[in-house]
Write a protein that binds this ligand. Structure first.
Ligand code: GCO
Ligand code: MN
Ligand code: MN
Length: 384
């Protein structure tokens, strides 16, 4: 029986803001005492994570002096060296400060837009200094409560100008850094621009340096939009744009819950893990999730261990699914026949137009998806 012990090769990461979350919500005050970045690094090392990610201000307070900043970064990097943890991803907090109440890159105030670029360039420098290879853009405040406030075409143009500016900055600095856009449909804004993976992929194609920019899909965000997360991830993968992924869980139709990975939609989590493992996704597996507000730091550790353990269990289940003779026999039956696409030629088109089809026979053929799904459920329930 596998031990389900996380290894560095599993590329499991958490944000400083995830296990460091103190349990504040719109209705309630914090329930856990803050722990500092060095303590968080040690907590993550204890539970077996490979890496830690951060927003600029998770690490360095927004009003820290340059001397304080350097001391904090020195201590943090020392903790990384001591524990062996790495920083694969960094990002900017462009949502907490009141300056960003109407967005950052899409704010109607040009001073705020300029400040957002200034803050992001400093945050990129910080991320690179700590080793980050991917830089995430989650536009939490890039949106509206009323469409009277902003012209959405203008907002997308501003977003594009900002990403183009920052891509050029990264190139100029010679940083080996790629960008990943993280879509979300709403919360904290009434509506957020670039709402889904599909919106983000279409936007990337319009950038000056599209090759530098991919997506960071999050389970909760596509689920909030009522979408099939796996399909968004698959399309990003197909486009060569799956640069990063935020794993957590979410009940459809609720607030942004950020639950422990696989805590809600077990079958969806299974097919997601199976997909990432089958295609050989090599990026970080980042748990952007929070422990329940009811927990002490012992509960936070149980939460973090649970995310990783569930991933590893589902990975083992995926291996079993791929090796299951009954499942494979059904798949062979489903995918029988010549699967090669018909390459276009004028002749091939003529031949196809002339071909006789037995439409009724095509309609009569049953697909054994009920059996296949039931076998999947039984495998997940542990009776196979
Ligand atoms: C959220 C988002 C954030 C981002 C983070 C890093 O809904 O709050 O998922 O947690 O992932 O800001 O980009
Ligand atoms: Mn989220
Ligand atoms: Mn996220």
């Amino acid at each position: 029986m596998p031990s389900y012990t996380p290894m560095p090769s599993d590329t499991f990461t958490f944000g400083l803001w995830t296990v460091g979350n103190i349990g504040r919500d719109p209705f309630g005050d914090p329930v856990r005492k803050p722990i500092n970045p060095v303590e968080i690094v040690h907590l993550l090392a204890e539970v077996g994570a490979w890496g830690v990610n951060f927003h600029d201000n998770d690490l360095v307070p927004i009003d820290a002096s340059p001397a304080e900043r350097n001391r904090i970064v020195r201590d943090f990097n020392a903790a990384l060296r001591e524990t062996g943890l790495v920083v694969p991803m960094a990002t900017t907090n462009l949502f907490s400060d009141p300056a960003f109440k109407d967005g950052a890159f899409t704010s109607n105030d040009p001073q705020v837009r300029a400040y957002a670029l200034h803050k992001t360039m400093h945050a990129i420098d910080l991320g690179v200094e700590c080793g980050a290879k991917t830089y995430v853009f989650w536009g939490g405040r890039e949106g509206v409560e009323t469409d009277a406030a902003k012209n959405p075409v203008e907002a997308i143009k501003r977003f594009r100008e900002a990403i183009n500016f920052l891509c050029a900055y990264v190139k100029d600095q010679g940083y080996a850094l790629r960008f990943a856009l993280e879509p979300k449909p709403n919360e904290p804004r009434g509506d957020i621009f670039l709402a889904t993976v599909g919106h983000a992929l279409a936007f990337i194609a319009t950038l000056d340096s599209p090759e530098m920019v991919g997506v960071n899909p999050e389970v909760a965000h596509e689920t909030m939009a009522g979408l099939n997360f796996l399909h968004g991830v698959a399309q990003a993968w197909d486009a060569g744009k799956l640069f990063h992924i935020d794993l957590n869980d979410q009940v459809v139709g609720r607030y942004d819950q950020d639950f422990r990975f696989a805590a809600v939609n077990l079958k969806a989590a299974f097919f997601l893990v199976k997909f990432l493992e089958d295609v050989g996704y090599a990026g970080p597996r980042h748990f952007d999730a929070h422990a329940y507000r009811t927990e002490s730091y012992e509960g936070v550790k149980a939460f973090a261990r649970g995310c990783m353990r569930s991933y590893l269990i589902l990975k083992e289940k995926a291996r079993q699914w791929n090796a299951d003779a009954d499942i494979q026999a059904l798949l062979a039956e489903i995918n029988a026949g010549d699967q090669a696409p018909i390459p276009y030629s004028a002749e091939a088109a003529e031949v196809l137009k002339e071909r006789d089809f037995d439409r009724q026979a095509l309609g009569i053929r049953g697909m054994p998806y009920e059996q296949l799904d039931q076998l999947t459920v039984e495998l997940l329930l542990g009776v196979r």
